[in-house]
Design a protein. Structure first.
Ligand code: SF4
Ligand code: SF4
Length: 256
């Protein structure tokens, strides 16, 4: 379909990390519409050293399509909105206008951009580096829902044999459940940057220039009155690192 080809398909923003946790942006009538194939099957797991794992449910309308990439045996994931043409304004405007509620919109980088951002950005703005994964319940029912036309054991084996896929046990509340963990690739070439606001993060200074309000909020939350000093230091450090890298490259070019 043409419209889907003009949108990005990692779908990270369609998990509750950026939409209201109870899907209240969808409204009453839309709650009667059919769910997407990803709903209840796929979750987003965020991990970082020294912090608890965070598990996010997907929006009810997320479609999840999975196939094998025959070149490198990795899994190819395609996450799309099943009500794309009628999706709520909040989703249409994301990430140009995003925020906690419809009335408090602060524009910010989209979650995929933050996922693929340089580690200096994450360490400053989130005080930690984090990794993101799609996770699927390792159960016949879930696998059947995702692979409607395939035999369950064959489909499961295909996923588990794919590159970088792991089986893990996660504690959800009081239960321990088995999940299939699929790393989310950081391939920015698959993303279409459709607006001036929706651009990849390349450096702290560039990001701050573009999303000052949102980033300042995070910094004030993490560092209180020291936020400006922390920001300045991080930008200086990033510049020094970049100039060191340039000098090393120049030296290597001369020697080579
Ligand atoms: S690239 Fe950003 S806006 Fe696009 S689907 Fe991913 S998180 Fe959403
Ligand atoms: S309605 Fe569509 S675009 Fe909005 S969060 Fe749900 S799946 Fe994503």
């Amino acid at each position: 379909m043409t419209f889907t080809e003009s949108e990005c398909s990692d779908g990270m923003c369609c998990f509750t990390c950026v939409i209201p946790s109870n899907n209240r942006h969808i409204g009453f009538f839309r709650s009667l519409w059919k769910s997407g194939t990803g709903s209840n099957c796929v979750k987003l797991l965020v991990t970082s050293d020294g912090y608890k794992n965070e598990l996010y449910d997907s929006c009810k309308f997320l479609d999840f399509i999975i196939s094998q990439n025959s070149f490198n045996f990795s899994l190819k994931m395609d996450l799309r909105c099943s009500i794309y043409k009628s999706r709520p304004n909040q989703c249409m405007e994301y990430p140009d206008k995003a925020g906690e509620s419809l009335h408090q919109k602060i524009s910010g980088p989209c979650i995929f951009n933050e996922y693929t951002a340089p580690s200096a950005y994450k360490k400053l703005v989130y005080k930690r580096e984090w990794q993101a994964f799609y996770v699927i319940r390792d159960s016949s029912e879930t696998i059947r829902n995702i692979f409607v036309n395939e035999e369950i054991t064959v489909a499961r084996e295909k996923i588990l044999k794919a590159k970088d896929v792991h089986l893990v046990t996660l504690c959800i509340g009081k239960n321990e459940l088995d999940y299939i963990l699929i790393p989310i690739p950081k391939q920015t070439e698959n993303i279409l940057y459709l607006s001036e606001k929706h651009q990849p993060i390349t450096a702290i200074q560039q990001a701050y220039h573009r999303w000052e309000e949102k980033i300042q909020d995070n910094l004030q939350h993490h560092y209180g009155s020291e936020w400006e000093t922390r920001l300045k230091n991080a930008i200086e450090m990033e510049k020094e690192d970049a100039s060191k890298r340039n000098n090393e490259n120049a030296a290597c070019n001369i020697e080579c």
